[in-house]
Design a protein around this ligand. Structure first.
Ligand code: TLP
Length: 345
């Protein structure tokens, strides 16, 4: 990569092995269900999530949208975290396209929603209220700092939801980061919920695509909604081939990204003018802030860093997000620390 690009793990290019698999992929018309490579990827995904079936979709945003539209009707209410990606960064798709009303609860520091808060938010059976239908979780949690929630929490929310006739959708865009950080299989986190989206095009480096997994009945419904949204792709096996390489070879190595995020956080703590949250980053995201005495804004610092070939993202006036991934090596971490030091000296 030309730059040291820490803005996101979405910037990752496909690996040479992915490009080779894409060139050789067997394909068919996936709208007819005839693309063998897409079918294989969907089966692999379902197995890895402990669910019955999978559906290849264009993006994480599309996976979450299709899932919520499949679970909820117009006027139904979905409970989301106030820091949830689906609430903040998916262009309001669930309400714009599905008429789904949202209820936001405060995310806890680890990205979870407190079960007491969920209980209090469930609407009474009264004509004045929308019908509460769904709880959406996110793991790892992006805005909460790349934090993760445990299997026990996933089970507790799902049990609670099912006792109350609700369903749980998990935005597991980075579920493999959550699993690797805890030394467990992703299916342990995903099997208790009713549906889960995960992304191939973040830390796993595939160029495009996400998978939505759930029961066979749910995926049949989701398949029709994907078509309604214009997401029926044809010879998508070219893309799925890279996804298969991602699932076969790129999961365990996420631990390297987590180790580099720790190294990066340690380095940034030593830079005068930066404040890094106490404790280690949970996965592959580091969120440094500018110290009070720094007169530059985060955006100005971002611009100056750019001129030295280091890309970081200013997420507010004083705060940055840096995400480690496959294309960031130890030298890149050291250079990033050095450039921050130079820009803030
Ligand atoms: N997140 C992107 C930006 O949109 C903020 C990023 O750079 O982190 N769920 C979560 C938790 C995500 O972080 C993202 C992407 C998505 C869903 C959406 O995935 P895509 O970009 O494939 O639609």
């Amino acid at each position: 990569m030309e730059f040291i690009d820490l803005r996101s793990d979405t910037v990752t290019h496909p690996t040479p092995a992915m490009r080779e698999a894409m060139a050789k992929a067997q394909v068919g018309d996936d709208v007819y269900g005839e693309d063998p490579t897409v079918n294989r990827l969907q089966e692999m995904a379902a197995t890895m999530m402990g669910q019955e079936a999978g559906l290849f979709v264009a993006s994480g945003t599309m996976g979450n949208l299709v899932a919520i539209l499949a679970h909820c009707g117009r006027g139904d209410e979905a409970i989301l975290g106030d820091q949830a990606h689906t609430f903040l960064y998916e262009a309001g798709g669930i309400s714009a396209l599905g008429g789904v009303h949202s209820c936001q609860l405060p995310n806890q520091p680890d990205g979870s929603l407190a079960i007491d808060d969920i209980e209090a938010a469930i609407r009474p059976d009264d004509a004045h209220h929308p019908v509460t239908r769904l709880i959406a979780l996110e793991n790892t949690h992006n805005r909460c700092g790349g934090t993760y929630q445990t299997v026990e929490y996933k089970r507790a929310v799902s049990d609670f939801a099912h006792e109350n006739s609700l369903v749980v959708h998990l935005d597991g865009a980075r579920i493999f980061n959550a699993a690797v950080a805890q030394g467990i299989a992703a299916k342990e986190l995903a099997a208790p919920v009713d549906s889960v989206t995960f992304c191939l095009s973040k830390g796993l480096c595939a160029p495009v695509g996400s998978l939505l997994c759930g029961s066979k009945e749910f995926i049949a419904k989701a398949h029709r909604i994907r078509k309604q949204l214009g997401g029926g792709m044809r010879q998508a096996g070219i893309l799925a081939a890279a996804g298969i390489v991602a699932l076969e070879t790129m999961i365990e190595r996420l631990a390297e990204d987590h180790a580099r995020a720790k190294k990066l956080a340690e380095g940034l703590k030593q830079v005068k003018g930066l404040v890094v949250d106490a404790g280690s980053p949970a996965t592959n995201m580091v969120f440094p802030s500018l110290a009070e005495d720094v007169s530059l804004s985060a955006e100005q610092v971002e611009e100056k860093m750019n001129a030295f070939g280091v890309r970081v993202r200013a997420i507010s006036q004083r705060r940055f997000r840096l995400v480690t991934h496959y294309w960031i090596d130890d030298a890149g971490v050291e250079r990033t620390v050095a450039v921050f030091r130079h820009v803030l000296h």
